[in-house]
Ligand binder design. Structure first.
Ligand code: DGY
Length: 324
């Protein structure tokens, strides 16, 4: 009898639905560590030798060194994420390994979290909750004033599935104008009445700037000391892409000095962000701990796609969402 292919899932929090699916055709080993635990990466390196496939996480960079530790039989990797900035794609491709990810299924849940951040940052939820919880609720006409969404210009950097789902939700908020910037024209923009503009123009003219693009060499630190100076003083900046899109030191200064009104961040560098990080001390920086795709249904769907990517590749079929 042929032995089953060995699949290693590197994060013990990987949903059971994905493990069960993998178990139908492979020998699955789920490593007993959470990805942020210090022993996680060293243990992964020790234990992946001889694996035929890996289900990866977003916390550890997948490098040529790690692929070589797994060995030449390694055939497939799926990351349980839409983003692939943590993967050395060239190193994977060069070794003839198949790589997949889990896009699209998280568009709706990330769009929901974007709206939550947008309203929370624009209407000063963080300061409000702090006042309430500390017993310092200052009630009055001019307390805790924020920004309106109605009548605003909303700019989306990266108009993929998440950006489009955000615009669909905001259609009910009487936004005056939607614009987007990105590498290519998106056919969906016409129907949604969203105009493509250069990124500099978007940053200069938007009351809300939403970052929903991947982190690449081109997008790294697209928000920096220079670009912050061009943005509107009332601007609310939302980041649901990756922390590296923003130069955080510059953002800290910009928020402190009133260059922009507020920020709402679901992603940051590093994750987890240390509790004494300067951004956390700012009343106008509303931060949540990378919760974009964190719903039961979405995480289960991502796990199912990861498992299908691997099972397909091991049977020499196309992955459900192939990268290479
Ligand atoms: C992704 O899938 O890239 C999201 O950021 C969740 O990790």
């Amino acid at each position: 009898m042929m032995s089953l292919k060995k699949v290693i899932v590197v994060n013990k929090a990987f949903p059971a639905v994905g493990v069960e699916l993998l178990k139908t055709k492979t020998n699955v080993i789920v490593l007993p560590f959470l990805d942020h635990e210090p022993e996680s990466l060293p243990e992964i390196k020790k234990r992946i030798k001889g694996s035929d496939a890996l289900v990866w996480n977003t916390r550890h960079r997948l490098t040529g060194e790690i692929l070589d530790l797994a060995g030449p039989q390694l055939k497939a990797v799926s990351t349980k994420s839409s983003g692939i900035d943590h993967i050395d794609v060239d190193a994977v491709a060069k070794r003839g390994i198949r790589l997949g990810n889990t896009p699209n299924v998280l568009n709706e849940s990330v769009a929901d979290i974007t709206l939550g951040l947008l309203i929370g940052a624009a209407r000063r939820f963080k300061e409000g909750v702090q006042e309430l919880e500390s017993g310092n609720w200052k009630y009055g006409e001019n307390c805790m004033l924020g920004q309106d969404i109605a009548g605003s210009t909303v700019g989306i950097v990266g108009f993929g599935g998440i950006g489009q789902s955000v615009v669909k939700r905001l259609k009910g908020f009487n936004v005056a104008k939607f614009v987007y910037s990105g590498r290519s024209d998106k056919p969906e923009a016409k129907e949604l009445n969203v105009e493509r503009v250069p990124q500099e123009e978007l940053l200069r003219e938007s009351d809300y700037v939403i970052l929903s693009c991947p982190l690449t060499e081109e997008t790294k630190h697209l928000i920096n000391a220079d670009s912050l100076k061009t943005m509107k003083k009332n601007c609310v900046l939302i980041n649901v892409g990756r922390g590296g899109l923003i130069d955080q030191e510059a953002l800290y200064e910009g928020l402190k000095n009133g260059e922009i009104f507020a920020a709402g961040l679901d992603v940051m560098t590093p994750e987890p962000l240390p509790k004494d990080h300067p951004l956390i001390s700012l009343p106008n920086c509303f931060i949540i701990p990378h919760l974009g795709s964190a719903t039961f249904a979405t995480r289960n769907a991502m796990a199912t796609i990861s498992a299908n990517n691997i099972l397909n590749a091991l049977e020499d079929k196309p992955m459900q969402y192939p990268i290479c």
